[in-house]
Design a protein around this ligand. Structure first.
Ligand code: ARG
Length: 461
């Protein structure tokens, strides 16, 4: 029999029963549901709304259920619709009368909002931990390549010399933002909806500050309607996940390019690659491609929740039960992608000689050549034009800038002297870009130290 069957005179249609039920997916909230109920029951006891003996019975019963769910000995039922009614029904079956007092001064509407926040809070902590590990992997690779010159690209055209460390550190910085975005979202999410009731609070003398404190929230939410109808925290979480997947996807795309025969900047470890069923020579970057592919899935979760929430009148609407699957799917996807991606980056082999070779073609020291003339007194715009002409000449001659003789160079400008060859040397070009945040070795080392400190402050809490 249903918990809410009093008002009804007919059984729910079997199809409607399944349609309405969320237990197949919300059962993963069992722990949070039980934690929330224990805090609620204890508060009811403290406030004299139920007896302390009942409160104790409830908590003992709930602890038993938690242990049994974890041991896998409990079967949830679609007849009890969702995790909240399943737990309550099992509790009452086990402890009798006291179980029926648990839902005093509470609604599933504030209950589900509470469970979801508790769950997301925990998930954020785990995802942040994975991100910090991934950052360490990036730093470890970066440390080995602070002098590995490679072409930096714009429009996927060789542009200016950088180092492989500099490139990897760009991603480490993105991950810092992903971490702080999740932290911001967690901080804003950390208000407790419990006690909002169905929508309009309650006439019982509940203590919302007590339950909020007990469950580790900063404070109770300030408006009961908002308390039950807000899903901003889930949207913010999905937005943060989408952005973080976008970062992974960009690195995935670059990894795919880098391990192609066209680039060969890196080789992926055999353990992180897959073969072809027909082409014996193939070694494919499936991990990177899957991460790139799964990014769309996470964006999809964000879009479906945004769409589910738009135009919902206050307060709770059953549409909101649709919040869980996209969020759960995004969590599963993100938590699968980060560690596998980190492993792929950790085990890849870098080919500095191929990066250096690529850097040698494509005139990526042309800006440096113009800067050379500028430093000798020529206005930058004139130097830019002069070097443009030199590049044209080089292409006709099949030469690089540094392969031109001093005489050839001086035909363009008498300002060229023998020290130009030092200025055009690619290692020098990369290393002398010592502006704050640039690819020079000292700057890479500064970035590494900063990100190490970022990780450390979070690991020491
Ligand atoms: N299973 C529901 C959900 O996930 C719980 C809240 C149900 N509330 C209600 N009034 N039907 O949203």
């Amino acid at each position: 029999m249903k918990l809410w069957s009093g008002r009804f005179r007919k059984e729910t249609d079997a199809l409607v029963n399944d349609f309405n039920s969320s237990i197949p997916f919300d059962q993963r909230l069992y722990r949070e549901d039980i934690e929330g109920s224990m805090a609620h029951a204890s508060m009811l006891g403290e406030q004299g709304i139920i007896s302390c003996a009942d409160a104790e019975n409830i908590c003992t019963g709930l602890r038993g259920i938690l242990a049994d769910v974890e041991a896998g000995t409990i079967e949830f039922s679609a007849d009890n619709e969702d995790i909240h009614m399943n737990v309550e029904t099992i509790l009452t079956a086990r402890i009798g009368e006291a179980g029926k007092r648990l839902h005093t001064a509470r609604s599933r509407n504030d209950q589900v909002a509470l469970d979801f926040r508790l769950y997301l809070r925990r998930q954020i902590d785990e995802i942040v931990e994975q991100l910090l590990h991934f950052q360490k992997v990036l730093l470890q690779q970066a440390r080995q390549h602070t002098e590995t010159v490679m072409p930096g690209y714009t429009h996927l055209q060789r542009a200016q010399p950088i180092t492989f460390a500099h490139h990897l550190l760009a991603y480490a910085h993105m991950l810092c933002r992903d971490v702080t975005r999740l932290e911001d979202c967690r901080a804003r999410m950390n208000e407790c909806p419990l006690g909002s009731g169905a929508l309009a609070g309650t006439t019982y003398p509940i203590d919302r500050f007590a339950t909020a404190g007990e469950l580790g929230f900063d404070r109770p939410m300030g408006n009961s309607l908002d308390g039950v109808s807000d899903r901003d925290y889930a949207l913010e979480f999905l937005a943060a996940c989408s952005i973080l997947m976008m970062h992974l996807s960009r690195l995935a795309e670059e990894t795919i390019l880098w391990c192609s025969w066209e680039f060969k900047f890196i080789d992926l470890d055999d353990a992180y690659s897959t073969g072809s069923s027909i082409m014996p020579q193939k070694k494919n970057p499936d991990v990177a491609e899957l991460v790139r592919g799964k990014t769309g899935r996470v964006y999809g979760s964000l879009m479906s929740l945004l769409t589910a929430m738009k135009s919902l009148p206050l307060a709770y609407n059953k549409d909101m039960q649709e919040d869980k699957e996209p969020v759960f799917d995004a969590i599963d996807t993100v938590k699968l992608c980060i560690p596998v991606f980190a492993g792929m980056i950790e085990t890849m082999t870098v080919h500095p000689e191929n990066m250096r070779r690529a850097a040698g073609r494509g005139f990526i020291n042309a800006t440096d050549c113009a800067d050379y003339l500028t430093k000798k007194g020529m206005p930058f715009r004139d130097a830019y034009t002069a070097v443009g002409n030199l590049v044209y000449y080089c292409q006709e001659q099949g030469k690089t800038l540094e392969e031109l003789t001093l005489e050839e160079l001086q035909r363009t400008s008498p300002l060229f002297e023998t020290d130009v060859y030092e200025a055009l040397n690619l290692e020098n070009c990369a290393m002398s870009r010592a502006s704050f945040g640039g690819p020079a070795k000292a700057e890479a080392e500064r970035q590494i130290r900063e990100i190490e400190a970022f990780i450390q402050t979070r690991e020491n809490v």
